[in-house]
Design a protein around this ligand. Structure first.
Ligand code: CAA
Length: 440
């Protein structure tokens, strides 16, 4: 069977930055370490006044097409995953295709376009759709572009405000991929849960504490379902475990949960039980918070063991390096986590070709998916081509007053002209309704 998977990726961050320790914490009267250590975040990315989900997605896609030498005729499908859509009728992919058609010969009239909505997991679902389209032989030799693009903003004063972010990841899904081959093994945990509600409003209504509980519950279910098709997972089976990352502190908890599965026949639990004087609690998920408490207790005990610290440092921590500086990108978040891991491998000279990754995606309480991937021989060249470090370093650092202005603007709370903090450089810009996507 020909390999199908992710051939290449490109990233586009919002051009502004909100520093959590220097700017956010003092304004809130909080200890900066609540954010840098507790949540594990240094900064958030924000869209400048000329950026939105279309421009960020189109800019990432343009970089992808240019780098891979693609023309519109090479692409048979464009899917956008977002939970920040502004159009309940046609998909955001049509706007992105419209932008791209301004700069390439040819058009995307032959391409099937769609939009996926299922909170943050929609990015992975779109990748799955593209995979299935190719596997079904309906692609006529063409590749698919999947764009995960979001402005993940919360109301001011909401507990989630510290975890905001904005950016896009564009992924090329093809036969014989250069980056990772997707496995047919997937596991799901899915439930009708409403911790995160966005009924026709710009910012979500979130039950933050509950969302942490249900994240863990869905991940556990998905892991168990994954094991029912792929067989038991063991600690040495995968080199990295990229998780959906609303903030790194959430992944620390999920990693402890995953570790319990992957070490169950290694004697670690017995050692832990000895350390804390009893078996770590294993309550099932329930509403009163015991499940998170149990995981937290387990995690605290784990931190004392060298084996866990080594595993976490090698397998999970490398997936968090970009998220720490850009915050939550919703649909793009797990795809950034994959990039972070492979970027760390490149920087530390680790050859991971042929190694497996366990990828954990998540959609706001209601679904988690765990699947396997195998790193391909071309991974180093693909990851070396990314300029995410430069993009992150080049962001404009907002003062608190500027942040409030930008935030209001993105909540459509002001009609007044807002200055642009950065100067667009050869990129698609939002220039008012009907003039979207002109390239400056
Ligand atoms: N030094 C070090 N650590 C500190 C500290 C300090 N001075 N002060 C606090 N902390 C720690 C806390 O102990 C806590 O860590 P643990 O959970 O490991 O104990 C951490 O910092 C956060 O502190 P709080 O729990 O007090 O923070 P909070 O209540 O203000 O907000 C939150 C936390 C509820 C998760 C909030 O960020 C939120 O609502 N976020 C949005 C929802 C979210 O992202 N949920 C995640 C799952 S849902 C999902 O994944 C979908 C999605 O993308 C949104």
């Amino acid at each position: 069977m020909t390999a199908v998977g992710i051939d290449a990726v490109e990233v586009w961050t919002g051009n502004l930055k909100l520093d959590l320790a220097e700017t956010f914490a003092p304004e809130k009267g909080d200890d900066p370490e609540k954010y840098t250590k507790g949540l594990g975040l240094r900064a958030s990315s924000f869209p400048d006044s000329y950026e939105d989900i279309v421009t960020m997605g189109a800019n990432a896609s343009k970089e992808l097409m240019d780098r891979k030498g693609l023309t519109p005729d090479d692409i048979g499908r464009i899917d956008v995953a977002t939970e920040s859509s502004f159009d309940n009728s046609k998909p955001i992919s049509t706007y992105i295709a419209g932008c791209l058609e301004q700069v390439y010969d040819g058009d995307f009239h032959h391409a099937n376009k769609g939009e996926r909505k299922f909170a943050c997991i929609a990015g992975t679902q779109s990748v799955d759709d593209a995979y299935n389209w190719i596997r079904a032989g309906r692609n006529r030799g063409r590749s698919a572009i999947v764009v995960a693009t979001d402005t993940a903003l919360y109301a001011r004063g909401d507990a989630g405000e510290a975890t905001q972010g904005a950016g896009a990841v564009a992924l090329l899904i093809s036969e014989d991929p250069d980056l990772v081959e997707l496995s047919t093994h997937q596991g799901y945990g899915s439930a009708d849960e409403t911790d995160f509600l966005k009924p026709n409003q710009q910012f979500p209504s979130v039950d933050g504490k509950r969302s942490v509980q249900v994240y863990l519950a869905r991940m556990r279910e998905a892991l168990e379902d994954y094991e029912s098709v792929a067989g038991d997972v063991h600690i040495d089976d995968f080199v990295y475990a990229p998780f959906h990352t609303p903030f790194p502190g959430m992944v620390r908890k999920a990693a402890a949960l995953a570790y319990r599965h992957v070490t169950r026949d290694t004697g670690v639990e017995e050692e832990l039980a000895e350390g804390i004087g009893r078996q770590p609690r294993r309550e099932s998920f329930d509403d009163d918070g015991q499940y998170e408490e149990a995981v937290r207790e387990y995690m605290d005990a784990l931190k004392e063991t060298e084996q866990y610290r080594d595993w976490y440092a090698g397998t999970v921590d490398p997936t968090l390096s970009i998220a720490r500086d850009v915050g939550n990108w919703y649909t793009a978040s797990v795809h950034l986590a994959r990039i972070s891991a492979l970027k760390t491998a490149l920087e530390t000279g680790r050859d991971v070709a042929g190694e497996s990754m366990l990828v954990a995606s998540y959609g706001s309480g209601a679904q988690a998916e765990i699947h396997g991937e195998t790193v391909q021989d071309g991974w180093e060249e693909e990851i070396a081509a990314l300029d995410i470090d430069e993009q992150v370093a080049d962001r404009y650092d907002l003062s608190w007053a500027e942040y409030e202005q930008v935030h209001d603007r993105h909540n459509h709370e002001t009609d007044s002209e807002l200055e642009e903090f950065t100067a667009p450089e050869a990129e698609f810009v939002f220039d008012g309704w009907g003039r979207m996507g002109e390239r400056k």
